[in-house]
Design a protein around this ligand. Structure first.
Ligand SMILES: NC(=O)C1=CN([C@@H]2O[C@H](COP(=O)(O)OP(=O)(O)OC[C@H]3O[C@@H](n4cnc5c(N)ncnc54)[C@H](O)[C@@H]3O)[C@@H](O)[C@H]2O)[C@@H](O)CC1
Ligand SMILES: [K+]
Length: 499
């Protein structure tokens, strides 16, 4: 599913009308029908509805839905219109609903609170993708009353009013919806916080938009279907060398655990051979978890420059390298990282401490950087931009550095600067030390099986998040650890494969 900016949505709207002859009036009627259909599935005819509408096309959709309900015998409907500048389509919808003899329009006055608190269902059609600048005071007030006095269910049309469709940011205030019915496809504001939270459950009504038009967006949501299609094949006539060779250069005497999780991740996702080389022997516990992993310790505290000579054969043999988890950040180790990246031509997953060397690395498209929020903010070297709210900056950075980035956050951004995928599976069970190391290993294990770095990152992010959801449904988000997730990865895999 493509994820659109408001500009892209407007362009698709325009092309649907101009190139395909399906005009905005038809689309608005369809929007109304899709809201109507969602409502009649869930509410009886005696339900008390309050439609709170602006005067743009978002409000027009609301009028269409209200009229359809009224016509079908839903008589307890009140409509309140906020604002003056009526769009042409809004005016038309207003004329139509009046022809149906609907006249229960209420004014915005001191009784508004009462209308809000007695409604079983409030439909928010104040503002959609047409939000401009900061919310006007009156609109802020209306939203405040709805959020604080509502008793019933709140359904937003297209996007909760007050949420910027391009960023998910709140403009002064925004409706907290239980459900949002959007049109054509997701907008970016639905998947970035706080918009994602304010949207509640999101339903996408396709309307008559031609599917081909959505490809004008280079951004997509990672879905189970997508993951299923991308999963590497495991032909019967094969052997371990067909599933690739993962080399993990990770760990130190100070941080021996991270490398273990990376190695387990690579093994559990199906890599043919996983070799973990660590400086310290403290990571040998990996063998208790997965004796199939090849483990080698250099019997020292941390990697340093000359270690490249000892492992050069391994580097040549590797179909993919992981470098970073638990390395520490000493100068010598950073030099080691730089040398490995220069020496190898294979795909490399650069994570954690190795990201500290990023400025000095010769990056290329088959190098994946996997920063979390703090690391990402640091590697883009600017405090002026809140990187969590500026996916386009992450895209720009990837393009500029010619690398692939997996920016791990509640909404994970996977981008090479040309195509971008957002993953929204996962929960707070992942906000724990070690889950990034596990992800890194899973990405590498998938690359080893022949996927490109983008494909591997898409699948790994989805599966990690989905497994966290499945495991914590049983064990809670408090209790679930990266090792639990690693051991249960098969559950998300089965879910995807059997879907
Ligand atoms: N784009 C499409 O293809 C389709 C769009 N439709 C609807 O049309 C909407 C977009 O319509 P419009 O472009 O008319 O815009 P909107 O209706 O989303 O927004 C304009 C309205 O919001 C008010 N507004 C904007 N900024 C404000 C602020 N800061 N404070 C207070 N009020 C503010 C304006 O006064 C106006 O009443 C979509 O969200 C969707 O609901 C649907 O009819 C289906 C098809
Ligand atoms: K809205």
């Amino acid at each position: 599913m493509h994820i659109l900016t408001k500009e892209e949505m407007k362009k698709i709207d325009k092309l649907t009308s101009e190139e395909y002859g399906i005009g905005s009036e038809i689309l608005m009627e369809q929007a109304g029908i899709s809201i109507y259909n969602e409502i009649i599935k869930n509410f009886k005819k005696n339900t008390h509805f309050l439609f709170v509408l602006g005067t743009g096309n978002n409000g027009g959709d609301g009028l269409a839905a209200a009229r359809l309900l009224y016509n079908e015998g839903y008589k307890n409907l009140k409509i309140i219109i906020i604002g003056n500048n009526q769009s042409n389509l809004f005016k038309k919808q207003l004329e139509i609903i009046k022809k149906f003899k609907f006249d229960n329009f209420i004014k915005y006055d001191k009784n508004f609170e009462n209308h809000v608190s007695t409604a079983d269902c409030i439909i928010d059609g104040l503002i959609g993708i047409g939000l401009k600048d900061d919310l006007k005071e009156e609109t802020q007030e209306v939203i405040n009353i709805i959020n604080s006095k509502k008793r019933g269910i709140v359904i937003s049309i297209d996007i909760p009013s007050g949420i910027d469709a391009n960023t998910g940011k709140i403009s002064k205030n925004a409706i907290k919806a239980d459900k949002t019915i959007t049109f054509g496809s997701y907008k970016l504001g639905h998947i970035f916080f706080p918009g994602r939270e304010y949207s509640g459950k999101i339903i996408v009504a396709p309307l008559s938009f031609p599917k081909d038009l959505f490809s004008l967006s280079h951004r997509e949501l990672v879905t189970s279907d997508m993951v299923k299609k991308l999963l590497p094949k495991r032909p019967k006539f094969s052997q371990k060398y067909d599933f690739g060779n993962v080399l993990i250069l990770a760990g130190s005497s100070e941080f021996p655990g991270a490398s273990v999780l990376s190695a387990i991740g690579a093994q559990k996702i199906g890599a043919g051979l996983v070799k973990l080389i660590t400086p310290s022997s403290l990571s040998s516990s990996v063998l208790e978890h997965e004796p199939g992993i090849i483990y080698k310790s250099l019997n020292k505290n941390k990697f340093s420059l000359r270690d490249i000579d000892i492992i050069s054969k391994d580097i040549k043999k590797a179909s993919v390298i992981v470098i970073g988890p638990g390395l520490g950040r000493s100068n010598e180790t950073m030099q080691f990282v730089r040398n490995v990246v220069e020496y190898s031509t294979s795909p490399i997953v650069v994570d954690a401490d190795a990201l500290y060397a990023v400025d000095a690395l010769a990056l290329r498209k088959n190098i994946v950087l996997t920063p979390h929020v703090g690391e990402m903010q640091r590697i883009v070297r600017t405090d002026e931009i809140d990187i969590r709210q500026n996916y386009d900056y992450t895209e720009y950075f990837a393009k500029n550095k010619k690398a692939t980035i997996v920016f791990k956050d509640v909404t994970t951004t996977i981008t090479n600067g040309e195509k971008t995928y957002f993953n929204i599976t996962g929960n707070t069970a992942l906000s724990k030390g070690g889950s990034g190391d596990l992800l890194t290993g899973i990405i590498a294990g998938l690359i080893a099986q022949g996927l490109n770095v983008m494909e591997a990152s898409i699948i790994a992010s989805y599966l990690l998040g989905r497994t966290a959801e499945i495991v914590s449904a049983e064990k809670t988000e408090y209790y679930t650890t990266p090792l639990d997730i690693a051991k249960n990865l098969y559950k998300a895999l089965l879910e995807v494969i059997n879907a």
